[in-house]
Design a protein around this ligand. Structure first.
Ligand SMILES: O=C(O)C(=O)C[C@]1(C(=O)O)C=C[C@@H](O)C=C1
Length: 274
């Protein structure tokens, strides 16, 4: 049987790569891409069976463009994964922090280590495609004076030395990843979470009414994110994650939202992993 093809952003040692291995096991084929749009495209055109996408980090917040990608490429969410994230400050062996003039990493990783770099203002921050590819490129190019922020797994793979461990602002740091597929996910009775998009017209108290409707059905709103409707400047859609005990109550709530507000898109119904 051919192996499952899993699309990720990043190279071996990246956090996406770690989620792929933990979620699907070692016996998979990884399709690695430089950008999130390429990951979305590969799932949409069925080159990949599944895609993995970081959506939110506990320090740095939401990755806004990824909400739009799921929507635009009509992808479906089949599962979620919370990965603890520890960032290591690493460089070619034998250097100290005073030798480092520049650090490169994924923008989300740089954001998670802002406090550390405020304490070391002589180091210039540069955004790059992913954490592990920077470690790989520093090692391959024998680049002195340049550091990476990446995982200890990446340090091991690419022979980098950790100069400062665990430099993320808060030690207890998590990124939530979603597992994407092309087909609409088939909800089972064991699902207790759904990701939705509700578009409400600009009306007085519209959002308040929506939130009350959700609360009155005993459903827990675990996340709400407003995203601009780009065709209509200053109008917003709401990406809403709902956690429920009974799928039938969730279905009834969606019917009620549709009756009062119009369009509701369901990206997926799955099991909460938190
Ligand atoms: O650069 C990586 O290693 C990634 O997997 C990307 C990514 C992200 O997109 O947020 C994943 C987890 C961390 O939050 C930092 C970076």
């Amino acid at each position: 049987m051919s192996k499952l093809k899993i699309a990720i952003q990043g190279v071996p040692g990246s956090f996406h790569h770690q989620v792929a291995l933990r979620n699907f096991g070692e016996d998979i084929e990884i399709l690695d891409f430089d950008t999130f749009p390429s990951v979305a495209k590969s799932v949409a055109n069925e080159e990949a069976d599944f895609g993995i996408m970081a959506i939110e980090n506990s320090i740095a917040g939401a990755i806004f463009p990824n909400y739009d990608l799921i929507d635009r490429f009509e992808l479906s969410i089949r599962d979620e994964y919370y990965l603890p994230i520890a960032h290591q400050f690493m460089a070619l062996p034998g250097q100290t922090i005073d030798d480092i003039k520049e650090v490169r990493s994924h923008p989300m990783a740089l954001l998670q280590c802002k406090v550390f770099f405020a304490q070391h203002p002589h180091i210039q921050l540069k955004e790059d495609t992913d954490t592990a590819s920077v470690a790989r490129d520093i090692a391959a190019g024998n680049l002195k004076g340049v550091a990476a922020i990446a995982s200890s797994i990446a340090a091991g793979i690419y022979g980098m030395e950790i100069i400062a461990p665990d430099i993320q602002t808060i030690k207890n740091n998590f990124t939530r990843f979603i597992i994407l597929q092309k087909e609409a996910s088939k909800p089972t009775t064991s699902v207790n979470k759904a990701s939705t998009k509700v578009t409400i017209q600009d009306q007085k108290g519209g959002l308040a009414k929506l939130l009350t409707l959700i609360a009155d059905n005993g459903i827990d709103l675990s996340k709400i994110q407003s995203i601009p409707v780009i065709e209509k400047p200053w109008e917003y859609a709401f990406f809403i994650d709902l956690v429920f005990e009974d799928p039938a109550v969730f279905a009834k709530t969606i019917d009620e939202i549709r009756a009062s507000f119009g369009e509701v898109k369901i990206f997926g119904e799955y099991l909460s992993r938190k």
